[in-house]
Ligand binder design. Sequence first.
Ligand code: BES
Ligand code: MN
Ligand code: ZN
Length: 492
Amino acid sequence: MKVKIEKKSILDIDADLIIVNLFKGVKAPGGVTGIVDKAYKNIISDFVIKQEKFEGKYGSIYQLPLPKEGKRIFIAGLGEQKDFTYSKIRDLTAKIIRTCSLLKGVKKVVTILHGAGIGGMCPELCAQMITEGAISGTYAFDKYKTEKKDNNIKEFIIAETDNTKYKKAKQGVETGTVIAEAVNRARDLINESSQYLYPETLAKYAVENSGVKTTVYNKAQIKKMGMNAFLAVGQGSVHEPKFIHMEYKPEKKAKRKIAIVGKGITFDAGGLDLKPPSSMLTMRDDMSGAAAVICTMRAISELKPDVEVHALVAACENMPSGSAYKPGDVIIAKTGRSIEIDNTDAEGRVTLADALAYAEELNVDEIIDIATLTGACMVALGTVASGIMGNNEDKIKEFIKTADITGERYWQLPMFEEYGDTLKSDIADTKNTGGRMGGASAAGIFLSKFIKNTPWLHLDIAGTAFLDSANSEGIKGATGIGVRSLIKYITK
Ligand code: BES
Ligand code: MN
Ligand code: ZN
């Protein structure tokens, strides 16, 4: 499905369905909703508002069928004007499009630019949100279903007659398309069966789809690079590990340099410390961080910011086998630090230790890692927010604020020194884990030991990357979390 914008009145576009809106409490609709109301003999003010008592509650959709004219009208409730946000535009549009896609005969839908009228919001961002909502709202992972869910809607059009608003909104549609497609790509990658998605195929995907220069290192090369910690995690699998380095360099001189590092465990069985069945079930999502950075790069290649970006993935599978790494093993990581393996299921941090060390050698201004790292983070924050930690308070705050605009929520977890006490080892510089209490923070402390002095942020998306049941946005399975906030943080 494509989102387009046309410089025409909503009434002059030949569509099957018109979408207008109402803020809560409005009795006499103004703007385009008012125009549509007049054109249809006050049906909105006299019938929908007065008689049917439609109040414009946020997220409510009044469906007005007009069979004679052959056009339907939906009136979307925007809620209180003072509470309206850009994210609400995205979520509302996703809801609208899901409702529309169930209606037979609705192929072409036209909408007004929610928020940019009496709402007074930026037309570019409003259009971007509508586009994101429309494209991600129709996402379905049905490649393995014989019967596909057919989306009837082929065209979703935004109507805007004002020239200035039209121009801005057109830009918003383009940006929104790039972002939403990046999110959907990430969701596809994460939802993919680990049967087909393993380090080699993930690397191939990055080469073909990241949109930027991509170098893939094989096992022998990884060994030469001194990444023994990463190799140890992958050694129990029949699939060879791959280290993926994607790089984007702007044409102009880069304003800053960033490295983004995604955890890329294509399947986490737990290793010899095998997970119980219920915990293992969705562990194909353990490369959600990798998917986020690969798909963010694709968007970066299209949005072309003046920022140099490196995306890194240490991709491997964590399996139990005769060749698997074992509890009690001591491994020398790339930085020279020794790690005692306390639990083979705390593998993500072991791979990240080497990936972060590699990132720091790139002399970037900041490093951000994104990882489905700890069940403890999921227990603490549920599926509602992701955890954030790091060694730079200003950047943590800035990331949280930037992400919030994109509708992604991050919550800072503490990195008090004492959380590191459980990691003390009798035989090595550190253990990889020391128990379940305060597990998200302990993992954060572990990672921090592999960063010398580069500003660094760590995003724990264990709870938010994959949903067993649909959330309020109607999203189930892979969410593509991280993509929107990383793009925004890099392009800001
Ligand atoms: N991939 C898991 C974390 C995870 C849990 C992601 C649930 C998504 C949903 C990670 O590798 C892991 O197994 N962590 C262990 C660490 C423990 C052994 C210290 C955990 O959180 O249980
Ligand atoms: Mn694990
Ligand atoms: Zn894992």
